[in-house]
Each structure stands twice: as structure tokens, then as C-alpha cells.
Design a protein around this ligand. Structure first.
Ligand code: IMP
Length: 488
């Protein structure tokens, strides 16, 4: 029996940095068809409630954690595949928050795989206890405290509970919680009565949430769902986190407890690799700078050694970037934890490394309109690394030495990219920086567009002249389109 011939394929979208690259907004851009592709479905397949995608649309701020961002786009079916570690209670409250904002969520547009592993209240408790203990000796990972490590430990330890088990009421849930309580009491401290009561209450809420979820969403097998959807149109895989946080390929041990590289889609959905469109792997990175939240090496850190919110007086550039958003002060903060992100200079070698190892064919650069010009005239760009005095080559394992490398920089003039201006008419520093990036990545990587604002549609085409949407504008030899900024 040969492989079934498919009409359409899966496109992947992956973070190229440490998460927080602006993937959620780009997902909406793509689902709204800025590249002329009409996607049938959007699939979350890795991570869990540690992820946070913020999208500004129609004058409202939406934050998705476990639900695919495609839920905001009418006509798109959304799957939480079995690769997502599901926290059912948080999932329900996320749904409630979205519904309050007018988002329609029902069993026609939300699908959940019951084989997904469940984050238990005791997983979260152990994450907090373990991070707190590690922090007393300066060894915390800086996790989002969503229980991600612990649920991964349960999974590889072959004792984890899946949504299916909760529905079956087969006792696995109670057994694991009781084992966790023993573990906590032996390894950390005796639990207080109020903590026992809280666990019991949270477990009851978890079971109720799974039952409610079964009514709101349709429970499906990820592979079968994807096969059916691919009959009707391409699918977008919405990756969570970023390359540097990938458990195998990132800055281990300062990573999340799952994979965020390209392989995660296959494992997280169970589809054969032939279903991936290898010519449509989208990578997302910020255009002018990097950010990182949590612990771990960050060699291009603008203000090394300083954590938290920077002050304008002492760290003017880092301050300007942390507050670069147009909607709120402190916009560079974790969408899940609200923690301030450290900011770093743009990192070409890291980008090249992540793009090559992820098989990225299309790079989308975000926040090109930030920071503001009045805050910054020049920026540094990391062009290479030295380790023990020697230049690190592109074929060396950069992540293994990331905690000891010395960055080499060039200074570049800075002007933020302008909205509603064709790429060829963008300020020279924008075009020059883009040339620098493209030269480094080589011919095989297209930059279809860059993002110049938080609202979907706020993009400027770079290599693409698609024949859909927006206002067609003549620009030299090519027809280019600027999709008008959506109101809101
Ligand atoms: P965990 O995934 O909560 O265990 O956190 C492990 C590391 O990954 C920490 O440094 C977190 O800050 C980071 N992390 C996890 N998820 C995200 C994300 O969605 N964006 C940015 N950083 C993340």
C-alpha cells in the first residue's frame, strides 16, 4: 500500500529565537491570506499553557495560550493536537476570556485530541517547588511555572494521564496525584491541610473542565482530523516557543521540556512526514533585536547582568526596547508570566543556525517598526562569535558554547520601518539591514514580508508580489501590494 495522495499539505510556522517572536500575529496574517493561501485549519502541536500569543485586532487585545490563534479567524478549524500538554481548567478559562471578547468557539471550530497529556495541579505545584528550591542556589531555569517539566517527566516515565483517562475515570489520575503527594512530602515538605483541600478542589475542577470541554469542542484523532482537512485546503502548524528553547537543539538545560523545532509537528500530531510541505516552513524572528525571558545564556544581551525592568536613566536603549510597543508600556514582557524580557542585539549567527537546522524556507521578520527612532539612532548587530579566541564556524554547535562565546558586532544606522510604504521606499537603514540578513541566509530563504505593526495586515511585502488582498501599487518593475492597516 502506497502513501495516500494528498491534495494539500501542512505548512509549518516556527519561532527562530527564544519564543515571543510575534508568531501569533503572523499566524493571523497568514490565515487571513496575505500570501494568497487559503488555510483550512490551524494546529497547535507542542508546548502548552507556557506559550502565549498576543494579537491586537478590531480594537481588542486577545491572548491565546493553548488554543490555536486561528480561533480568531472565521472559517478556520483549530486543533489542539496530542503533542500539546493540556491544562483543562486553564483551557476553559482561556475560552471564557476569548468568548467575552466576542470570539465564537464551538465544536465546529475547536477540535481536541483526547490523547493529549494532562497537566495536573500537582505538576504545577512541583514546578513551583522545584524552581523555588533551585533559585536558592541560583540554578532555576526561570520556568513559566505551568508544570511543563513535570508533565514531561510523567510522560517519559510512562505514568502520565491523558484526557482520555480523565474521561474514562480509570483511576490513573488519582493514582498519579497520590504518588505526587508522596513525592512532594518526601522530597520537599509536609503539605498543609489547606494544600490537600486545594489539590482536591483543583482535581474536581479539572474533571469538570474535561467534561465541559467535550461538549464545547469536538474530540478527534489528530492524524485523522488533519487528513480530512488536507482534502479541503492547506493547514498551518502553529509552533510554540522558539528554536533556542527546543529541548534537544536549544540552550539545554535552559530550555522548555518539549521540542520546538520542525520535528515536533510529526511527533505532536502523528502524521507521516510526507504530509509536510517542505517548501513552506515559515520561521519568525524580530527584525532589529532579540529578547529572552527566563534564565539561560544570552550573549547579545544589551545590559548584561541586569534582570527585570530597565530604567531609562541607566539603560536607555534596553529601556526603549522593553517599552517599544505602541499599545502599552513594558510591552516586551512574557504573555504568560508578565515577566520583563531581557533584550539583546540582533544575532545573525544564531538566526542562521536556527534557520538552517529548522529547514526554514520563508523568514518573516517582525516588529520592524520598533523601537521608535527618537529612542535610538544606532544599533549593534552580532555578525559572528569567538570561542577561546577563534571564530565559531557555521558548522559548529553554537548552542553548546552559547554560554561562553564572545559576540562580534557591527554598528548599523537605525530607522524604524514605516507602515504603508513599499519595501523599496523604506528608509535606507531598513533596506540595508534586510540585505545583511538575506546575504547571511543565502538564496534558499525567501523573506515574503515583514511585520510593521501589531494588527493583522500591518505588513510590508519584501520578496513577494502576491495577487491577493490590499491595494495593488505599482513600484518600479514589479507590482507590489500593501495590505492596508486594519482599523481598530
Ligand atoms: P517552561 O516551559 O515553563 O518549563 O520554561 C522553560 C523556559 O522556557 C523558561 O526560560 C521560560 O521562560 C521559557 N519559555 C517557555 N515558554 C515560553 C514562551 O512561550 N515564550 C518565551 N519563553 C518561554
Amino acid at each position: 500500500m502506497g502513501q495516500k495522495k494528498l491534495k494539500h499539505f501542512v505548512h509549518l510556522l516556527l519561532g527562530m529565537s527564544f519564543g515571543d517572536e510575534g508568531k501569533g500575529k503572523v499566524v493571523i496574517d497568514l490565515l487571513q491570506g496575505v500570501l494568497g493561501t487559503k488555510y483550512r485549519a490551524c494546529v497547535r502541536y507542542n508546548g502548552g499553557a507556557n506559550a502565549g500569543h498576543t494579537i491586537f485586532m478590531d480594537g481588542k487585545k486577545y491572548v491565546t495560550h493553548q488554543i490555536p490563534s486561528g480561533i480568531l479567524v472565521p472559517g478556520v478549524a483549530n486543533l489542539i493536537a496530542h503533542g500539546v500538554k493540556v491544562n483543562p481548567t486553564k483551557l476553559l478559562s482561556e475560552m471564557e476570556d476569548l468568548k467575552k471578547l466576542g470570539v465564537k468557539i464551538n465544536n465546529d471550530n475547536l477540535f481536541v485530541d483526547p490523547a493529549a497529556h494532562v497537566v495536573l495541579p500537582t505538576h504545577v505545584m512541583m514546578d513551583i517547588l522545584s524552581e523555588d528550591r533551585a533559585s536558592t542556589v541560583g540554578q532555576e531555569i526561570g520556568s513559566t511555572k505551568q508544570g511543563m517539566k513535570q508533565v514531561a517527566v510523567s510522560k517519559v516515565g510512562r505514568e502520565s494521564v491523558r484526557l482520555h483517562d480523565v474521561l474514562m475515570g480509570n483511576g490513573k489520575l488519582e493514582k498519579l496525584v497520590s504518588d505526587h503527594i508522596d513525592f512532594i512530602q518526601r522530597n520537599y515538605r509536609p503539605l498543609l491541610q489547606e494544600e490537600f483541600d486545594r489539590i482536591e478542589k483543583d482535581l474536581a475542577a479539572l474533571k469538570d473542565s474535561v467534561k465541559i470541554l467535550q461538549h464545547i469542542a469536538t474530540f478527534v484523532d489528530s492524524m485523522i482530523f488533519i487528513r480530512e482537512m488536507l482534502e479541503e485546503g492547506p493547514i498551518l502548524g502553529e509552533g510554540a516557543q522558539g528554536f533556542g528553547l527546543d529541548m534537544d537543539h536549544g540552550t539545554y538545560p535552559f530550555v522548555t521540556s518539549s521540542n520546538s523545532g520542525s520535528g515536533a509537528f510529526i511527533e505532536g500530531t502523528g502524521v507521516p512526514f510526507q504530509w509536510l510541505d517542505l517548501e513552506h516552513v515559515f520561521g519568525v524572528a524580530k527584525f532589529w533585536y532579540e529578547t529572552r525571558v527566563g534564565q539561560g545564556p544570552f550573549p547579545t544581551d544589551i545590559s548584561p547582568g541586569v534582570k527585570g525592568w530597565y530604567t531609562k536613566e541607566e539603560h536607555p536603549l534596553a529601556y526603549a526596547i522593553q517599552n517599544a510597543g505602541e499599545h502599552e508600556e513594558g510591552s516586551e514582557k512574557g504573555a504568560t508570566t508578565q515577566r520583563p524580557r531581557q533584550v539583546g542585539y540582533f544575532d545573525l549567527p544564531f538566526l542562521q543556525y536556527a534557520v538552517e537546522r529548522s529547514g526554514v524556507t520563508h523568514l518573516i521578520l517582525t516588529k520592524a517598526d520598533r523601537p521608535r527612532e527618537e529612542d535610538c539612532k544606532k544599533l549593534l548587530v552580532c555578525t559572528g562569535y569567538r570561542s577561546d579566541g577563534s571564530l565559531v564556524g557555521p558548522d559548529e554547535n553554537l548552542m553548546l558554547m552559547f554560554d561562553s562565546v564572545e559576540p562580534e558586532y557591527v554598528e548599523v544606522a537605525f530607522v524604524p520601518a514605516a507602515r504603508d510604504v513599499l519595501f523599496d521606499d523604506q528608509p535606507e537603514p531598513v533596506r540595508r539591514h534586510m540585505r545583511l540578513i538575506k546575504r547571511r541566509l543565502g538564496e534558499g530563504v525567501e523573506v515574503p514580508f515583514m511585520s510593521v505593526g501589531p494588527k493583522p495586515g500591518q505588513i510590508v511585502y519584501v520578496d513577494r508580489a502576491p495577487s491577493v488582498g490590499g491595494t495593488l501599487m505599482k513600484n518600479g518593475a514589479e507590482d507590489r501590494i500593501i495590505v492596508p492597516s486594519s482599523e481598530g
